[in-house]
Design a protein around this ligand. Structure first.
Ligand SMILES: [Zn+2]
Length: 81
């Protein structure tokens, strides 16, 4: 119990001071590890899309629609700056 390893990974280290994974800017502590709320939002939407892309409901096969072309994704909007 006393020999519990410290939970200090590279993720925590990057939290202190790192670069925004979205735009590469200096991360702000308030929005760590991102530099702004916008970048955090972009990452969130990106994460959500990835989560939805994972077929974890093998029971219901309603055939989702793939390749949605049209409105620009938050990622594209962020890269445009
Ligand atoms: Zn950023």
């Amino acid at each position: 119990m006393a020999a519990e390893p410290a939970k200090t990974g590279p993720e925590q280290h990057a939290r202190l001071r790192g670069k925004c994974p979205i735009c590469g800017g200096l991360s702000e502590q308030k929005y760590a590890p991102f530099c702004s709320r916008r970048c955090a939002d972009v990452d969130l939407s990106r994460w959500l899309r990835g989560a939805y892309a994972i077929p974890d409901n093998a029971e219901s096969e309603d055939g989702g629609e793939e390749g949605t072309g049209g409105a620009p994704t938050p990622d594209e909007l962020a890269s445009k700056e």
